[in-house]
Design a binder for this molecule. Structure first.
Ligand SMILES: Nc1ncnc2c1ncn2[C@@H]1O[C@H](COP(=O)(O)OP(=O)(O)OP(=O)(O)O)[C@@H](O)[C@H]1O
Ligand SMILES: [Mg+2]
Length: 260
């Protein structure tokens, strides 16, 4: 796909097998997929199927054992840290637990200011206005900037985490179970925020979730992982209405019995 923002080709990631001394575990095994600009790709599959490993590897937080990672057509699979730096901005990660992703001794202002200054995106004088704009974009009042993480609710903190990742104006966000720790009502608000950001910024996402309701609500396409392999990938409605694999059918089977 020439217009892909991200293109993974036959990607493989291995770890020493925790259960077999001397053995190798193929946590990700021959995965090929692409993400278009502005596309939300859901990554689903049971625990241990390799979703987080795939997400971290495409961000080059893990070293792939095989295959290629192309970002806007450029091969970043084996770039060293220095060569990778200009590409790091393009892809950011949002984690499940926002509290642990902030330094407890830093205010929200400092947490957002640090990457902005580090990447030379903003002068010190421009910081307050820039940070207020970022907070507004994620639905937080500007007077949250001097707060510390423990002075905010889980939902507010996840908004701040999303704001911090947006500060570098990425084209892709990897969100790993980013709403699964939140209360149901807060979860809906954060999902709506992600939807709005996708639409307004044409932001692409790899959205990792156990929650198939959430995947169905948010994602354009869904990739099903099983033991490190990509089992099937298709438009969301196709995955839900007409899955190819029995495994996918079983995975979504329970969902059809629940109210939407
Ligand atoms: N750093 C590591 N060292 C060794 N093995 C690992 C490491 N990280 C993950 N694994 C193993 O790789 C496999 C895939 O793990 P991964 O965390 O990617 O799965 P997941 O789909 O994200 O699961 P979950 O839904 O529970 O978050 C698992 O068997 C896991 O035990
Ligand atoms: Mg995981």
């Amino acid at each position: 796909m020439p217009d892909a923002l991200l293109d993974l080709q036959d990607l493989g990631v291995q770890f020493p097998d925790r259960n077999r001394p001397g053995g190798v575990l193929k946590a990700v095994d021959g995965v090929s997929l692409s993400v278009a600009p502005g596309e939300i790709l859901g990554l689903v599959g049971e625990s241990g199927s390799g979703k987080t490993t795939l997400g971290k590897t495409l961000l080059r937080l893990y070293e792939p054992a095989a295959g290629k990672i192309l970002l806007q057509g450029k091969d970043i699979t084996h770039l060293d840290e220095a060569a990778l730096r200009p590409h790091r901005r393009a892809m950011q990660m949002v984690f499940q637990d926002p509290l642990s992703s902030f330094n407890p001794r830093q205010t929200i202002h400092t947490a957002i200011a640090t990457p902005l200054l580090l990447h030379g995106l903003c002068s010190k004088a421009e910081l307050p206005a820039r940070i207020a704009a970022i907070l507004a974009e994620v639905g937080l009042p500007a007077d949250f900037a001097p707060r510390y993480p423990h002075q905010m609710s889980g939902g507010q903190l996840q908004r701040a985490a999303i704001g911090r990742s947006l500060a570098l104006e990425p084209q892709l966000i990897v969100a790993d179970e980013a709403v699964s720790k939140l209360d149901v009502s807060v979860r809906a608000q954060i999902l709506n925020l992600l939807r709005r950001l996708q639409a307004e910024r044409n932001l692409a996402m790899v959205f990792i979730t156990h929650d198939l309701h959430v995947a169905r609500f948010l994602c354009h396409r869904i990739a099903v992982m099983h033991f490190g392999k990509l089992l099937e990938l298709g438009p969301t409605e196709q995955i839900f209405e007409n899955p190819t694999h029995d495994y996918t059918r079983a995975l979504i089977g329970t969902l059809h019995d629940l109210p939407a």
